[in-house]
Design a protein around this ligand. Structure first.
Ligand SMILES: [Zn+2]
Length: 218
């Protein structure tokens, strides 16, 4: 039995061979008659109607694509950018005609993961900053701008922002905030059909109201 790794290596070797052979054939044949080539493996005829986004001024639009051997920028492995992949990239994804594959699929995947992690971190940092900014609003008496920000935070898709908004209202206190907190609780009735992250802000509002009522009786 061959392992998957062996099988992949064999496929890759065949592809590299095929690409080299095809390039050699194209060097000696008239490449401007793509009809002849339609059934050649490793060659895809271009659909020029899908290449309108390419700048044709310098005659850059291809008649067809062939499997291309390239060296991965990150790991230096020899890879084949297949004609099918090229056709998809230029015609379906509308990629720039000047762009081409520079990384093998493993390195591309690794890079994508790295970028996703980086943007998740950036998002978390932004959220942390926004939470801190909202929290700071509690230090001063509420004005129209602060109230509008708190209202916006209450509608936020981020549960941490909704909960912080409730906390700020509770810390502001006063009859106006009590009315607003009560309205929020009334608009978010509890019950088992609500998920915990939907109940969370309403629970925080109920707690803030209880605390405010307690302070009043002191
Ligand atoms: Zn690579």
């Amino acid at each position: 039995m061959k392992s998957n790794k062996q099988r992949r290596a064999e496929i890759k070797a065949r592809r590299l061979e095929r690409a080299a052979a095809l390039e050699a054939r194209l060097r000696v044949r008239d490449v401007r008659t793509p009809r002849v080539w339609e059934s050649v493996p490793g060659l895809e005829v271009a659909d020029k109607s899908k290449l309108a986004h390419c700048n044709t001024l310098y005659g850059e639009v291809p008649d067809f694509y062939i499997d291309r051997v390239f060296t991965c920028r990150d790991c230096s492995a020899e890879e084949v950018w297949t004609a099918k992949q090229q056709k998809w990239w230029y015609e379906s994804a509308q990629g720039s005609i000047y762009s081409h594959a520079v990384r093998c699929s493993a390195c591309r995947k690794a890079r994508r993961q790295l970028q996703a992690t980086a943007s998740a971190h950036a998002g978390a940092n932004l959220l942390r900053e926004e939470v801190a900014r909202l929290r700071a609003l509690a230090a001063a008496k509420p004005n129209a701008v602060a109230l509008a920000e708190i209202d916006a935070a209450l509608q936020s898709k981020w549960r941490s922002l909704r909960v912080v908004a409730i906390e700020v209202m509770g810390r502001w206190g006063g009859p106006e905030q009590v009315v607003r907190l009560k309205a929020f609780v009334a608009g978010h009735p509890g019950g088992s059909n609500h998920r915990w992250w939907e109940r969370e802000a309403a629970d925080a509002a109920a707690k803030a109201l209880a605390r405010l009522a307690e302070e009043k009786t002191k």
